[in-house]
Write a protein that binds this ligand. Sequence first.
Ligand code: PLP
Length: 482
Amino acid sequence: MRYISTRSPSTDAADPKRFCEILLEGLAPDGGLYLPDHYPQVDAAMLEKWRGLAYADLAFEVLTLYIDDIPAQDLKAICQKTYTEEVFGTPEIVPLRALEPGLFLEALSNGPTLAFKDIAMQLLGNLFEYELARRHEELNILGATSGDTGSAAEYAMRGKKGVRVFMTSPNGRMSPFQQAQMFSLQDGNIHNIAVDGVFDDCQDIVKAVSNDLDFKRQYRIGTVNSINWARLMAQVVYYFAGYFQATHGTPGAARKAPPKVSFTVPSGNFGNVCAGHVARMMGLPIDKLVVATNENDVLDEFFRTGVYRVRGSADTHETSSPSMDISKASNFERFVFDLLDKNGQQTKELFADQLSRHGNFDLSASSAFHGVPQNYGFASGKSTHADRLRTIQSVYDSFGDIIDTHTADGVKVARENLTPGVPMIVLETALPIKFAATIVEALGRLPARPARFEGIEALPKRVQVLPADAHAIKAYIARNVH
Ligand SMILES: *Cc1c(COP(=O)(O)O)cnc(C)c1O
């Protein structure tokens, strides 16, 4: 398998890369995102063969289609070590539960930090450790977080050989639970940096440091942001796992045409749902892929109108589903590349020229855009704070099940997109305890707290407070890299 950039002039680009080359890289040198040069196809016979597999074995079958520069037995061992009941809480790893007839929740949020990002990040941690050891190299991961990404990265990289994490976050602005999750880690290779500023300041600092190429090279700075192909690839697996659980025991399933299912995905950076798109392109029988947004509705607007209009930070609303408060979806370019028939030239014009010049591009006149529902299955919808509260209440009243605010956005939009006879799976992206204040607002009671998080707010904290200044961050990194 070879990887190309979404901005490369042709699909048989002069410089295709292999998996391990792009694993430790962020953006491609031309500013595009890496994608495999084709999607491996899965047929009905393969699907039936995979149906009974344990999650770790299923992960190996999917990953091995995309990775040919790690020996199979090593990749298998990495999958086995990553997807265990001990780390993810259940033998199924991503258990499915029925909410109402035809509507399911797939729990992606039982990992170490209680959000779906663990599923990909835990794999990334093990892949990084493996590849760095093989190369006798080290990596210093510099990141910015407003909550879920940073803790998922820290729990994945803690104690890993060859990796240090420097994670910036806005001082005092994360929820007490999120702060406690990150700052209570005592591992020597994890560095929490609370920046006196807002999330945008943290992101600007990361950009400034990454743009200092000498510093970046000298201190081997890397990232783990959601544009990393390995994260996306890891997420493809749970679309298969959800499909198998929802169609389990469907009469005649194996013989005739395989049954279809739909997914609704609470979305921000388009990483999660882009993995669903990849699964569908591989041949997984997905009917609809429903993109659910909150008040920050850039993606819903695109799928309704064909206009992609990014927002500035002043127009980015702070909502009660904060992990979706995104106004520029960093993975969206991957889908547009496919939509434009893998035309890298045109993708580059839209993202590098039009978007930076006008802040938007308009595909409403193109036939490709009008074919989106038919050819790619996409639909969309949005949800507001009031919808969120109502949905949390209705799910609790009917089923006694407390769902988190992001998942509630998904359930709200899923209910508007049901097709009779096609199971709808909503991805549960976090557990409600992470967003307890809104649950109390909706239900007047606190959600359950997993036993391992009892009392974490009282644990000693390991965090360095620094000014919002790239020089201060660089000096801190230099002091702590030996
Ligand atoms: C990151 C996150 C999302 C958004 O996922 P994207 O891949 O950015 O679209 C949704 N819900 C939760 C809880 C998250 O942490």
